[in-house]
Design a protein around this ligand. Structure first.
Ligand code: UDP
Ligand code: MG
Length: 310
């Protein structure tokens, strides 16, 4: 089963569906996949005609195209999770997730399936280069991967959410009850036999990116705070450092009294005051991030609500 999350993708659905159906047909002719193989489109609470288009496609191709409509926009990761759990319930042996805009080259599916047949449980689609990206996106992405690594979280560089997951991994994934979902971190932490397949990421076939800078930054912060408590230890380190600095300041001030230039200490006191104030605020901010997450997790709300299925 192919799992495709869609948010306001009315422009691309038609062509995406035909490209993917054709791909499935080829694989079926080669007896690489079962006759029941199909696509599930997850409408992530779109405000355009995405759901109408999915319904039309379902009417036209019936069992080859399934649809899930989330009642509200819950973000790419949650929509994807809804699709994966749908695939699990449908009893698939394996499923592949990919973007609706076909930036993830469907021709890599063949190799993914070969790897699965050879016994791999997880197959990552990895971009072979980032030449098509803007300089900003390229550097920020690489900075993010190395930061994640330093913080002790495992991610696969240049891999987004284009991957094959076997039934075994889907069952494992279904046990993750957290609301702050970051699949790019969770999947590598599962273990299992994995491999990578390289592909060239194309440009969006139509429409515009649903990942503006604002969402990208929020996603990166989510990834870090969901997988690492190192920022918390960083606070303690900063705290110790600022105490050391303030002790040096104190010694300097006391000494300056003997030197007869006590007024000069005013500057250092003021600066340390501001410095400490800044540290405290920063520390409270980071602790707040975690407290906020605990608050959300404790509520244990469902990640999404399925409104309709086809
Ligand atoms: N997407 C989603 N919900 C959102 C935002 C995006 O389901 O809130 C889907 C979108 O329809 C697409 C995929 O996530 O299938 C990747 O989004 P996009 O192509 O806009 O991101 P980009 O490739 O620009 O990073
Ligand atoms: Mg895209």
């Amino acid at each position: 089963m192919l799992v495709v999350p869609c948010y306001n993708e009315e422009e691309v659905l038609e062509s995406t569906a035909s490209v993917l159906l054709e791909k499935i047909q080829i694989l079926q002719d080669r007896h690489q996949v079962d006759k029941s193989s199909c696509i599930v489109f997850v409408d992530d609470g779109s405000s355009d005609k995405t759901w109408e288009n999915i319904s039309l496609l379902h009417d036209r191709y019936s069992s080859k195209i399934h649809g899930i409509k989330l009642a509200h926009n819950k973000g790419h990761q949650n929509a994807l999770f809804a699709g994966l759990m749908y695939a699990l319930d449908a009893g698939v042996d394996a499923c592949i997730s990919l973007d609706a805009d076909l930036q993830d080259d469907p021709n890599a599916i063949d190799e993914m399936i070969e790897r699965y047949t050879e016994g791999d449980e997880i197959v990552y689609g990895v971009r072979d280069n980032r030449e098509r990206d803007t300089f900003f996106k390229r550097t920020s992405a690489h900075a993010f991967y190395s930061l994640m690594k330093k913080l002790g979280a495992e991610t696969v560089p240049d891999h987004a959410d284009y991957r094959l997951l076997s039934r075994t991994t889907l069952i494992a994934l279904s046990q993750y009850g957290e609301s702050n979902l970051f699949l790019r971190g969770i999947v590598p932490s599962l273990g299992f036999k994995t491999s990578k397949v390289y592909y060239t990421r194309g440009v969006r076939i139509a429409g515009e990116s649903k990942y503006p800078l604002r969402k990208m930054i929020a996603f990166a912060i989510d990834g870090i705070t969901s997988f690492s408590t190192k920022p918390l230890s960083l606070i303690s380190a900063t705290g110790i450092l600022s105490v050391v600095v303030s002790v040096i300041m104190l010694i300097y001030t006391v000494l300056s009294v003997f030197w007869g230039s006590a007024v000069a200490g005013w500057g250092s006191i003021m600066s340390s005051l501001w410095f400490l104030g800044g540290c405290i605020l920063l520390a409270i901010g980071v602790v707040g991030e975690y407290v906020g997450k605990i608050y959300i997790e404790v509520k244990d709300r469902p990640r999404y609500i399925v409104e309709a299925t086809l």
